[in-house]
Design a protein around this ligand. Structure first.
Ligand SMILES: [Zn+2]
Length: 167
């Protein structure tokens, strides 16, 4: 059992992201840095990778550094079509430079189709490499309910644990 002073260094973060799905057949669909076979992808200023965005919000939030929009505003033309894994890596660097250690992360994608099981290990490997900590990426079906069930949007939620630097 760690000493109480060590437990007090734990910081939890949470993240959420939603992108509408575009009907533009030319739009790539990227989740956790992995291209998924779907005829159209998420609308968004960057590549619209909801997993990278939700985890970035969780890592920044756990460190008390706000959210991804505070550091990478959607209005910034330099971010058009940006690779979100690179944005996530920059958020990770901000947090580790401040002395925090990432312990683990857990993300859930809610998407009607396609099934993400074939992509899961590649997504987890990519996120684990970027975070330098074990990362789980799960998928849930919205069971046909509402706009998510009609494949009009994709959602991701994420939780993440940090160890703060010693005071
Ligand atoms: Zn996003």
């Amino acid at each position: 059992m760690p000493a109480e002073s060590e437990l007090r260094r734990l910081r939890v973060g949470s993240g959420f992201d939603l992108h509408p799905l575009s009907t533009d057949p030319g739009r790539r669909f990227v989740l956790a840095g992995v291209e998924v076979a779907l005829s159209h992808g998420p609308m968004g200023h960057s590549d619209g990778d909801v997993v990278s965005h939700a985890i970035a919000d969780a890592v920044l939030g756990a460190a008390g550094l706000g959210g991804i929009g505070d550091h990478f505003p959607a209005s910034d033309p330099a971010l058009a079509g940006a690779d979100s894994v690179k944005l996530l890596a920059r958020c990770v660097r901000m947090v580790t430079d401040a002395g925090f250690e990432i312990l683990n992360a857990d993300a859930t994608v809610i998407l009607q189709a396609p099934r993400l099981a074939p992509y899961r290990s590649a997504m987890e490997a990519k996120m684990t490499a970027v975070l330098g900590a074990p990362t789980c990426v799960k998928a849930k079906s919205p069971e046909g309910v509402g706009p998510l069930g009609k494949a009009e949007a994709v959602i991701c939620t994420a939780s993440l644990l940090l160890l703060a630097p010693r005071p």
